[in-house]
Design a protein around this ligand. Structure first.
Ligand code: GLP
Length: 242
């Protein structure tokens, strides 16, 4: 595990985008594993800037996203499909046919998950997986559990995650209770994993995940075993780490 300590959110976003840009430069048809949430928004803004300056070409890049709420249509502004289009896809020259998210509108969980795993497999796996960190240690929507789920599956969101994500919805009742998420096994199979973490509110879980025992109770902790894991975190998030 390598840690890149940054001054603040902007610095974190710039450095994470530099790392992702390097992946794209080295392999123009790479498979980027993408994430949602507030943490990667600045990273996407920096990638867009590199594209606008003519320094980054997404024309042959392929992408798979970590997760999607079950039951939210793509047109809902809280769906992850909507998020990705708003924050990245519509702002760079990526071919939309090469972008993939789990199908949140497929009511048959088994079917949705199997189809998504087949897509990831057909692409040859993930070259670089970008992650944020949930307050309970979740990655994607892999919530604390008594085992690590390997492949795409349907999850019941924890109360903590529903609470954390309610800020984006009109009311807590509007937050979906379930989501489809890529499994921890697929995340661990990515050739490189970059996690962006910012803010004092993440300091405690960051310490627990990366300086405590590896346990499915803290799903992110398994990344301690990933051979090419880069944690890009700001001083506030690293404030409890010596
Ligand atoms: C959601 C997403 C995760 C994300 C997490 C943290 O639950 N499914 O992928 O990492 O939120 O979000 P934030 O970066 O806004 O703290």
């Amino acid at each position: 595990m390598r840690i890149i300590r940054t001054k603040n959110y902007d610095d974190m976003s710039k450095k994470a985008a530099d790392l992702i840009a390097a992946v794209v430069l080295l392999k123009p048809n790479c498979v980027l594993g993408l994430a949602t949430g507030s943490s990667p928004i600045g990273t996407y803004n920096n990638l867009v800037q590199k594209y606008e300056e003519g320094n980054l070409d997404f024309s042959t890049v392929r992408s798979v996203n970590l997760d999607e709420y079950k039951g939210l249509p793509r047109t809902n502004d809280q769906s992850y499909y909507y998020f990705m289009h708003k924050n990245l896809f519509s702002r760079v020259n990526i071919n939309l046919d090469n972008t993939h998210l789990p199908n949140g509108m497929e009511p048959d969980s088994d079917k949705a998950c199997k189809e998504y795993d087949a897509v990831i497999k057909s692409m040859g796996g993930v070259d670089m997986q970008l992650l944020g960190l949930g307050h309970d240690g979740h990655i994607g929507f892999n919530e604390p559990n008594n085992e690590f789920d390997k492949t795409t599956h349907c999850v019941n969101l924890t109360q903590m995650t529903i609470e954390a994500n309610k800020r984006f919805f009109a009311s807590i009742d509007d937050v979906p209770r379930q989501a489809y998420t890529m499994g921890v096994g697929t995340i661990m199979d990515a050739k490189m994993v970059i996690m962006v973490v910012s803010g004092k509110d993440k300091a405690e879980i960051l310490k627990k995940a990366f300086f405590g025992p590896v346990t499915p109770e803290v799903p992110a902790s398994i990344l301690q075993f990933h051979p090419n894991f880069v944690l890009v975190a700001d001083e506030d998030a690293l404030s409890l780490v010596k």
